[in-house]
Ligand binder design. Structure first.
Ligand code: SF4
Ligand code: MSK
Length: 621
């Protein structure tokens, strides 16, 4: 099939043929136009942190070995890495802050559209933060909780609250290394300070602060985003739905939600059920309103409502190319600026909603949480009105559609296990499940779309490794049927038996990118239950097709938390052999885990299996 060299996804291949026929440029065309990409950038040895530059280091030693200020490759690579971590941590954490602001507004009664959906979670979190709950109303508790959490961003306590979930041994290690995150914003700001010209020039010191900043994301910003979303929108429970571009419906108004925050998307799901708006759609000849997701907004509503997911990161343009999308509603992160150009060739309206993310050529309908439902209805109506502009001759929806089971929050996993982690620990001890791998992250057009995720995951489950995951990696798995209990047939005998007895898939979808915090919580709980450190557990992490700065922060906090992590695309650090050595070897003696880079997913799975076996042996299993 044409384009099978750039994606394994049949729906995407079909849309790429359509794009070619209709002369539409996609991300793959633009990647081609960028060739050859800058060698200095790929190695991480260019710097433009001051106006004496830009400077670059000659990797072959024939040209300059230092920038104008004297910074050499080690400093420049480490500084660039630190800035990427800062950006990724900022993205996750600012997302978290916005969710807490919504909780704050709801608790104060400033918005009638959001309420506390999960009282048990609210109370559990209040308990964790030392907030009295007995005899108090939900809003009263929520106001105290939101206030306490907002303080985590500029904390004066010297330590983030969720760090208390971490095993004692690891907390002591972070304290000894002086990488315990003190406040979320503080660490991010300090990254920018340290990487300013003439501040921190020691690559080890820079990388260590990168680890601290990333921990402020993993155990701070991302944790907050997940936990407070659960309070406001409900703790996910196992839910079924369908995935891939075939979820679009020819006779419906199709709305795609794309981005990351659940605040608006959750409201859109309800607004699309409004009788009056549905009547408007019917007047225009539509049989209904079909709300679908892409990327992590998709994951948020999929986890809680079973809303269909149209695709992952590299399918955002392809969804528009179907010619069947009335509106793509975007908030923040992973939204290609190219969308407005692609949409210009069809009738699709791109509607931006966040004051932080405007797109030239898009319509901006600012989302105001104080008038959430009103805004959501306005947006849905805009999409409905656009149905009449659809050009039937341009519509081509691929047939590919696959069912999924998602919604595996920590609470849902515990419920499936009968209330405690013990059955899972027993399965790991007996070897029925040899270990657990977290597979997360994006797509990257430099890499065959979905191939890394799917090949890696299939290799692991075949070898009795339970896979948990988030983000676009899990959308890839959904599309290939790996999120169905029936996929246990592809698993090794041990994992298959466990999955069949519990009725769960061998790959557990735990949510959006910020929900890697759920994976950290499970890892910490397992280590606590066994009285060991996280780094002692038979666990591995992988981001087979990563591309975003958020993924850099994620990788850093997963490794700092003690979990061996394999990257499937090469990070821009190779210009400094010292930084590479530190990340891939030296970190073992520092945080008890390292990064590996392996672009071949079969070989990457081999590395994960080897690592898991090593940890099993050390535990005497
Ligand atoms: Fe060049 Fe140093 Fe300025 Fe970077 S900080 S641009 S290496 S002079
Ligand atoms: S959306 S960060 S492409 S996983 Fe979270 Fe997907 Fe990566 Fe964005």
């Amino acid at each position: 099939m044409k384009f099978d060299d750039i994606t394994i996804d049949l729906a995407s291949q079909q849309m790429l043929v359509k794009a070619e026929q209709e002369g539409i440029e996609t991300v793959w065309d633009r990647l081609k136009a960028q060739q050859p990409q800058c060698g200095f950038g790929l190695l991480g040895i260019c710097c433009r942190n001051c106006n004496m530059g830009p400077c670059r280091i000659d990797p072959f030693g024939d040209g300059p070995e230092k920038g104008v200020c004297g910074a050499a490759a080690d400093t420049i690579v480490a500084r660039n890495l630190l800035r990427a971590i800062a950006a990724g941590a900022a993205a996750h954490s600012d997302h978290g802050r916005d969710i807490v602001n919504t909780l704050y507004a709801a608790a104060k009664g400033d918005t009638a559209d959001y309420t506390i959906k999960d009282e048990a979670k609210l109370k559990a979190l209040a308990n964790e933060f030392g907030i009295a709950a007995a005899g108090r109303g939900n809003n009263e508790i929520a106001l105290d909780l939101a206030t306490a959490i907002l303080e985590e961003f500029g904390s004066t306590k010297g330590k983030l609250q969720f760090i208390n979930r971490v095993p004692e041994k690891r907390r002591q290690l972070w304290e000894k290394l002086d990488i315990l995150p003190r406040g979320i914003d503080r660490e991010i700001v300090e990254c920018l300070h340290r990487t300013h010209i003439g501040v921190d020039n020691d690559y080890i010191n820079l990388v260590l602060h990168g680890l601290r900043t990333s921990l402020g994301d993993g155990w701070g910003g991302s944790h907050i985003a997940t936990e407070i979303s659960d309070v406001l929108f409900g703790v996910p429970k196992p839910v079924r739905g369908s995935s891939n571009l075939g979820v679009l419906k020819e006779d419906h108004v199709n709305i795609i939600l794309h981005g990351h925050e659940p605040t608006l998307s959750d409201m859109i799901v309800y607004a699309a059920r409004d009788e009056q708006i549905l009547a408007e759609a019917a007047k225009l000849g539509a049989k209904g309103i079909n709300v679908c997701g892409i990327c992590c907004t998709g994951n948020e509503i999929l986890m809680r409502h079973g809303v269909p997911v149209a695709g992952n990161f590299l399918q955002q343009e392809l969804a528009i190319i179907t010619g069947a999308v009335e509106a793509m509603i975007v908030d923040v992160q992973c939204i290609m600026p190219a969308l407005t150009q692609v949409a210009g060739c069809y009738h699709t309206r791109i509607i931006s909603t966040s004051p932080k993310a405007k797109f030239p050529g898009a319509e901006h309908i600012p989302f105001d949480e104080h008038k959430a439902m009103e805004t959501a209805k306005k947006i849905v109506l805009t999409a409905v009105e656009n149905f009449k502009n659809r050009r039937p001759e341009k519509v081509n929806i691929p047939d590919e559609k696959m069912a999924y089971m998602a919604g595996f929050s920590v609470e849902a996993i515990l419920e499936a296990l009968g209330g405690s982690l013990n059955p899972l620990l027993d399965a790991v001890k007996s070897g029925a499940i040899k270990g657990i791998a977290a597979v997360v992250g994006c797509n990257n057009p430099k890499y065959k779309h979905d191939y890394g995720h799917i090949t890696f995951v299939r290799e692991l489950i075949k070898n009795d490794i339970l896979v948990v995951g988030t983000g676009c990696a899990m959308i890839a798995c959904a599309k290939q049927g790996l999120l169905l209990p029936e996929a246990a047939r592809e698993a090794g005998d041990g994992l298959r038996a466990v999955c069949e007895s519990l009725g769960v898939p061998p790959v557990l979808h735990m949510g959006s990118c910020v929900d890697i915090s759920r994976i950290l919580t499970v890892a910490a709980a397992m280590a606590n239950a066994l009285g060991v450190d996280i780094s002692d557990l038979p666990l591995a992490g992988a981001a087979p097709e990563w591309m975003s700065e958020k993924a850099v922060s994620i990788g850093a906090y997963v490794v700092s938390s003690g979990i061996y992590t394999i990257l499937g695309t090469v990070p821009p650090v190779l210009g400094s052999p010292n930084v590479v050595q530190l990340l891939t070897q030296g970190a073992e003696d520092v945080v008890g885990a390292v990064f590996a880079v392996e672009t071949d997913p079969v070989a990457a799975a081999g590395l994960a299996l080897q690592h898991i076996q090593k940890k099993r042996t050390a535990l005497g299993l």
